[in-house]
Write a protein that binds this ligand. Structure first.
Ligand code: F6P
Length: 437
């Protein structure tokens, strides 16, 4: 259960240095204000029947502090991007570098190459020196100029290397695996009495980080997925009994599939990891698809990669370098089952299969994600300079907050089947609420 104790943010020590930012402490003077320690954002803003007012859980509000833990002249920072690609990585790198240089006057910002691998000197991957000139145009491109990788490194080796480089602030951009790695590095540094601020920035197109309303990359992913669904719809309508199946990313959570379904309004079925479903039987998925084809002559199916895994072979699954279970391919499985099903009925079906996964996540950020990346990067820089550590910046109830990494590294955000989001998907698709389960 979330408690005020569990949302408490760790700090390296008493902030003593005055911030160089020309901000105010007086509301109403038309100058943006410092955020005082103790400023908070409510976890739950809802009230009403069935929701008695209890002691509120309050997240720490992010933002510029009047006093800093670090003397900017003594700071050497580094940034690392880990895990799969995600639209906006270069925006974050750019904004962190620019904020460090121009807001705080920190001119030593290193880019660690190829994820945590670059924190192991045995990799031979020398860090890059990031300057405003170097990062000037990088946000126009997808991918990450630093490169990325999956998997942890020995935290003792990473901390040795960080101290050899003289790094006292480390920004870790990534999902839950990356944040677990960040925590291990921070714990190792703490054990050694090293004042290292470790600040996470939440990245994943899957939008599955708990206590974060939206991770960067998610809306770009929906934008791109919507284009595919629109094409899939054209294909389905362009042939008698046309059936388009679109597989989208979403390892454990169906946010991309649900978001794209709503944005395009062209999907007739949306299958996500949170919704168990059966294929066979009168209330199964295939029978529902047949009824749809008989009624309308075409259908578009969106399936998230983590959906229906229980329907596939049950032998123990491999894990990727980040420790995630590698899913079997539900998209191809579904395609084959749909083809076989209509063949068994001797009924025509023109099945088209789309898998745009890597196209969706390797593009540059859209406007909304570009804005989010800039805000997250700026708040991460403020947090680090104030000496916050083992902390991730996030957005919650439309405000930027600090979250202790241990809190978010343990679970995943999932679609609640009773939520407005899922209710809207059911309306937009017209699919039954359940397929036999
Ligand atoms: O970033 C998360 C994600 O998009 C998942 O949905 C997907 O399972 C994973 O990345 C795939 O990444 P890769 O193929 O690089 O391991």
């Amino acid at each position: 259960m979330l408690t005020n104790e569990s949302v408490k943010v760790r700090s390296l020590g008493e902030p003593r240095f005055p911030s160089p930012l020309k901000l105010s402490t007086t509301p109403g003077d038309d100058v943006a204000d410092f955020v005082p320690e103790g400023a908070g954002i409510l976890y739950d803003i809802e009230t009403g029947p069935g929701r008695p007012l209890a002691e509120p859980v309050v997240f720490e509000r992010a933002g510029p502090r009047q006093k800093l833990f670090f003397d900017p002249a003594q700071v050497r920072a580094a940034i690392v991007t880990c895990g799969g690609l995600c639209p906006g990585l270069n925006n974050v790198i750019r904004s962190v570098c620019v904020q460090m240089w121009y807001l705080y006057g920190v001119k030593e910002v290193l880019g660690i190459r190829n994820g945590y691998l670059g924190l192991n000197p045995a990799s031979g991957l020398e860090p890059l020196l990031l300057t405003p000139d170097f990062v000037d145009r990088i946000h126009k491109a997808g991918g990450t100029v630093l490169g990325s990788s999956r998997g942890p490194q020995d935290p003792a080796v990473s901390v040795d290397y960080l101290s050899q480089l003289g790094i006292n602030i480390l920004f870790c951009v990534g999902g839950d695996g990356t944040q677990r790695g960040a925590l291990a590095i921070s714990e190792e540094a703490r054990k050694r009495g090293m004042a290292l601020a470790v600040v996470g920035i939440p990245k994943t197109i899957d939008n599955d980080i708990p206590y974060v309303s939206r991770t960067f990359g998610y809306t770009t992913a929906i934008d791109k997925a919507r284009e595919v669904l629109d094409c899939a719809h054209n294909e389905a309508k362009g042939a008698p009994n046309g059936i388009s199946i679109v597989k989208l990313m979403g390892r454990d959570s169906g946010f991309i599939a649900a978001g794209a379904t709503l944005a395009s309004q062209e999907a007739n079925f949306c299958l996500i990891p949170e919704l168990p479903f059966r294929l066979d039987g009168n209330d199964g998925f295939l029978a529902a698809l047949k009824r749809r084809i008989e009624r309308r002559g075409h259908a578009v199916i969106v399936v998230a990669e983590g959906a229906g895994q229980d329907l596939l072979a049950s032998e123990p699954r491999e894990r990727d370098a980040s420790g995630n279970v590698k899913h079997a391919d539900i998209g191809l499985f579904l395609r084959d089952r749909v083809v076989a099903f209509f063949r068994s009925l001797d009924m025509q079906a023109n099945v088209k299969y789309f898998d745009p996964s890597y196209i969706i996540r390797s593009v540059p950020a859209n406007c909304e994600d570009a804005l989010l990346c800039d805000h997250l990067a700026r708040h991460a820089v403020h947090a680090a300079m104030a000496g916050k550590t083992e902390v991730m910046v996030g957005v919650w109830n439309s405000r930027f907050i600090h979250l202790p990494i241990p809190l978010i590294a343990t679970g995943r955000k999932k679609i609640n089947l009773e939520s407005e989001l899922w209710a809207s998907v059911l309306v937009a698709t017209g699919q039954p609420a359940r397929f036999g389960v």
